[in-house]
Ligand binder design. Structure first.
Ligand code: ZN
Length: 167
């Protein structure tokens, strides 16, 4: 065999689940009520083969990284810190959320995940997970990888995919 094609490995959604609460801000300054999803994520990494092990990336390691990233936001209220209409403030053990200056929620801080995204859509969650995965991969020196792709599903058949090429 010549091994000159391209390889991609993936971990499917059934292994990567997080149950979280969120609300979305819509265009025209509308804000959803708080609700939850059993989110499911999947990951794809692409790249050249490891010359000694003949794999693109170790599944055990990939699952472990992704499971940790999902655990960080599992059983949390997901709050978008980069939305101009949301004012999120940490006060002692609490996080207060106001919408265009009107107080809306107070949550225990330990139950919140403050995420550097403009909205907690599945698109933004997929991009955030990809960013965090990429950072872990860089720390590990995984240099043969050429792309990462994350899919986040919030309901059956309703998901978004974010894909990024690695330089
Ligand atoms: Zn939702």
């Amino acid at each position: 065999m010549r091994h000159c094609g391209e390889y991609r490995v993936s971990v499917a959604k059934d292994y990567l689940v997080f149950a979280s609460a969120h609300f979305i801000m819509f265009a025209g300054h509308r804000c959803e009520t708080l609700h939850g999803h059993n989110y499911r994520a999947s990951v794809v990494v692409e790249g050249a083969l490891d010359p000694e092990s003949w794999y693109v990336f170790d599944f055990v390691t990939l699952k472990r990284i992704m499971r940790k990233l999902c655990d960080e936001i599992d059983h949390k209220v997901l709050l978008a810190t980069e939305n101009p209409h949301l004012q999120i403030a940490e006060q002692g053990d609490s996080v207060t959320v106001a919408y265009d200056g009107t107080p809306r929620y107070v949550f225990p801080k330990r139950d919140c995940a403050l995420l550097p995204v403009p909205n907690t859509t599945v698109e933004m969650l997929a991009e955030l997970l990809a960013l965090r995965l990429r950072s872990r991969l860089e720390q590990m020196g995984a240099r043969r990888l050429t792309a990462v792709e994350i899919e986040v599903e919030e309901n059956f058949g309703q998901s978004a995919v974010y894909r990024e090429k690695l330089s």
